[in-house]
Design a protein around this ligand. Structure first.
Ligand code: SF4
Length: 373
């Protein structure tokens, strides 16, 4: 088994939501009776790594953890004491760097906001990611979002006054009925708050969701309108001083999401919880989307090798760091130069970096560049 001394990140998938949003295909369950059992199972897995035996070499316990990320689902449905006990368990099991980024995804409607954010801050969380999606009521209704934009505002302010300075908001692009004006309204709302980071995702119709079933009836912006909104957003956020460091991610200063950036740098991570994916010891594996299976010790499933040159290039091209053009690959350089002439790629200092138009067409540009590798 490949051994490694490289630092890595830990992802905890929290598979609970109050209700299912019609566009979402992340794995979650509504019944929260099993939360205490789930928290205990996560801690047992962190201590023993039983579910991923055969994929992870025992020296993982000597590797430094540089980030912990609670994603979901809705991690803010866990009590601060639960979150604290998981963080404590990570720290007892692995060496955790003193400046580790510890992120929790939160629903802005979380109850007793002041006590909650103070509790998670005391538990060690130093970054929160909140789902605003839209500040426009009709768009929120179209997305089936509970709560109001005021909830998001109050959550940001409560997190900030609890001492959590690194705050990200999620915004959605391509919502039924959305226009450039309403998108600007949501961006302005977000920028009026003390946030350090924005993630802006283009709505995708995922098979199995309610939106996918009703796709004929949704008045979605067409591809050209979505593209125009994306390009507008890129230049607007740049004008406001944000760095566009990944296709969907923007930050002020150096407040990149370090955990997610490590994915795009092809660094390793251990995922714990149902539906969590891992990349450790050059192997990819995942837990099934099955809470009860996870509680019963169901083993992880092998998903193939990770960290190939193609994969590194594909991930790096999602970021503003871009990818080093392979010196020996004349075909790659030629194709990159063609994309540069089309305004889709910048070639500088031996690196190929996608432009904003290139980000918009990233699937096409990246697969074309990979095809000549
Ligand atoms: S969007 Fe968030 S809150 Fe809604 S179902 Fe998906 S994970 Fe749960």
């Amino acid at each position: 088994m490949t051994s490694s001394k490289e630092p890595f990140g830990i992802y905890i998938h929290v598979p609970f939501c109050l209700s299912k949003c019609p566009y979402c295909d992340f794995y979650s369950e509504r019944d929260q009776k099993l939360v205490p059992n789930y928290v205990e199972a996560v801690k047992t897995e962190l201590r023993t790594l039983e579910r991923c035996k055969g994929f992870v070499s025992p020296d993982i316990y000597e590797r430094e953890v540089t980030s912990i990320y609670f994603g979901g689902g809705t991690p803010s449905l866990l009590a601060p004491s639960h979150i604290g006990s998981v963080i404590k368990c990570v720290k007892e099991s692995f060496p955790v760097s003193t400046d580790a980024e510890i992120t929790l995804e939160c629903n802005p409607s979380v109850k007793e906001k002041d006590a909650f954010f103070l509790g998670i801050r005391q538990a060690g969380v130093n970054r929160v990611s909140l789902g605003l999606q839209s500040a426009v009521l009709s768009e929120r209704r179209a997305l089936g979002r509970l709560g109001s934009p005021e909830d998001a505002k109050n959550a940001v302010l409560a997190a900030k006054s609890a001492g959590i300075d690194d705050i990200s908001l999620d915004i959605m692009l391509g919502i039924p009925g959305q226009t450039e004006e309403t998108l600007k309204e949501s961006l302005d709302f977000a920028l009026s708050l003390p946030v350090t980071h924005l993630s802006v995702y283009i709505l995708k119709l995922e098979e199995g969701t309610l939106f996918y079933k009703r796709r004929e009836t949704l008045s979605l912006p067409d591809d050209d309108q979505t593209a125009d909104m994306y390009l507008f957003m890129c230049s607007y956020l740049k004008e406001k001083g944000m760095r566009h460091y990944e296709i969907s991610n923007f930050c002020f200063g150096d407040n990149i999401g370090r955990h997610n950036m490590s994915y795009w740098r092809c660094s390793e991570y251990l995922g714990v919880g149902p539906a969590a994916h891992s990349f450790v010891n050059s192997k990819r594996f995942y837990s099934e989307r099955d809470l009860r299976g996870f509680l019963n010790g169901q083993k992880c499933v092998y998903d193939g090798p990770g960290g190939t040159e193609e994969e590194r290039l594909m991930l790096a091209l999602r970021t503003d760091e871009g990818a080093a053009a392979p010196d020996t690959n004349a075909a790659f350089k030629k194709r990159a130069a063609e994309f540069a002439a089309m305004g889709l790629v910048n070639c500088k200092n031996g690196r190929a970096v996608l432009t904003e138009k290139g980000f918009l067409l990233s699937n096409y540009v990246i697969s074309e560049l990979l095809s000549v590798m």
